[in-house]
Design a protein around this ligand. Structure first.
Ligand SMILES: *[C@@H]1O[C@H](CO)[C@@H](O)[C@H](O)[C@H]1NC(C)=O
Ligand SMILES: *[C@@H]1O[C@H](CO)[C@@H](O)[C@H](O)[C@H]1NC(C)=O
Ligand SMILES: *[C@@H]1O[C@H](CO)[C@@H](O)[C@H](O)[C@H]1NC(C)=O
Ligand SMILES: *[C@@H]1O[C@H](CO)[C@@H](O)[C@H](O)[C@H]1NC(C)=O
Ligand SMILES: *[C@@H]1O[C@H](CO)[C@@H](O)[C@H](O)[C@H]1NC(C)=O
Ligand SMILES: *[C@@H]1O[C@H](CO)[C@@H](O)[C@H](O)[C@H]1NC(C)=O
Length: 271
């Protein structure tokens, strides 16, 4: 219960920045928007992904991360939850998606994103196993609804059911989108074309990804964004050990950032 309360208090910090629109509590003023129909709470026009990706991020193997097509992200999020793994016939852990909760970090200056993410990871990781994802969901509903953006989960590949699973980001039920006439399209299904090892501890932290929107029958699957970056991973990787085929699904705690570019809310970006 103690860790759970700490996690709630920590996440509420995001709500606190939002509640004092012109507050200087992070050393930099971030002014919250009064437009509650989608978009980020605070300006994202000054955020730069180059400040998050080490210059040599593509030099350590994997499939390189390309640069975004637009200059600023529409959403900068904190993701807290689990990544699931099942044991394959080859006795290796295989990624089977997962479930995470997404929070708007736009009211934090960019320099605080990475340390805040690690801070939340330390609390989430120390929560005892009795704190389940369902408990976390109940907690999320109590955090300022404007800060809780929605869910990140996986679905069967909509183009080819034999081709595995695809990631989804879904903000359509977020309170912030409640009065947005386009809220039904506030989601996206993505492919994964960039995948590089975590630059600091790849055996513990999940890879950094570039995930462009998936096209189904020539049509973009969702309007929330067209390009997603996953980085600043804390945990989430499969254990670097062999497993016993048939073992129960393993859930590994994961805390990281997603930045979303493009999409139908791009015109809400403030500077
Ligand atoms: C992953 O685990 C979460 C938490 O138990 C569960 O809700 C979700 O359905 C799982 N996802 C997959 C793709 O198995
Ligand atoms: C669907 O995916 C499977 C597994 O990757 C692949 O073997 C098959 O060729 C794909 N089918 C189509 C129509 O692309
Ligand atoms: C949506 O509109 C209703 C009615 O005007 C209002 O009470 C509510 O606060 C609005 N919600 C948001 C998130 O702006
Ligand atoms: C996994 O373990 C093997 C054997 O101990 C080691 O060679 C390999 O570098 C490890 N992989 C990672 C990603 O740490
Ligand atoms: C980004 O731009 C490249 C080059 O113009 C284009 O091929 C690609 O489809 C674009 N990606 C997205 C997700 O818009
Ligand atoms: C609020 O955002 C919506 C959705 O992008 C946009 O259509 C509308 O013009 C914005 N309103 C204001 C006052 O900025």
């Amino acid at each position: 219960m103690y860790a759970f309360t700490k996690l709630f208090t920590a996440l509420s910090l995001l709500a606190a920045v939002n509640a004092f629109p012109a507050a200087d509590i992070w050393g930099v003023q971030r002014r919250a928007s009064t437009n509650l129909t989608g978009g980020s709470i605070c300006p994202t026009g000054g955020f730069d992904i180059m400040g998050e990706l080490p210059a040599n991020i593509n030099d350590n193997g994997g499939e390189p991360l390309p640069m975004p097509n637009t200059s600023a992200p529409v959403y900068t999020t904190l993701s807290v939850g689990v990544q699931n793994y099942t044991c394959g016939d080859n006795s290796q852990w295989n990624a089977q998606g997962g479930l995470t909760y997404l929070f708007d970090m736009s009211c934090l200056p960019q320099m605080h994103h990475k340390p805040f993410t690690s801070f939340i990871a330390a609390i989430w990781d120390s929560a005892p196993p009795t704190v389940t994802n369902q408990d976390f969901e109940a907690l999320v509903e109590k955090v300022n609804p404007g800060v809780a953006l929605g869910l990140h989960y996986w679905i069967t590949n909509p183009v080819n059911a034999s081709a595995g699973i695809n990631a989804v980001w879904d903000f359509s039920k977020a309170e912030r989108f409640q009065n947005d006439t386009n809220k039904a399209n506030a989601f996206l299904v993505a492919a994964e074309t960039g995948n590089v090892p975590d630059p600091t501890n790849p055996s513990v932290n999940s890879p950094w990804l570039y995930e462009p929107i998936l096209y189904v029958d020539g049509k973009a699957d969702g309007q929330l964004a067209t390009q997603v970056y996953r980085f600043n991973s804390n945990g989430g990787a499969a254990p670097n050990t062999s497993c016993t085929p048939g073992a129960p699904t393993l859930q590994v705690k994961s805390t990281l950032n997603f930045w979303l570019y493009g999409g139908a809310w791009e015109n809400t970006i403030q500077n």
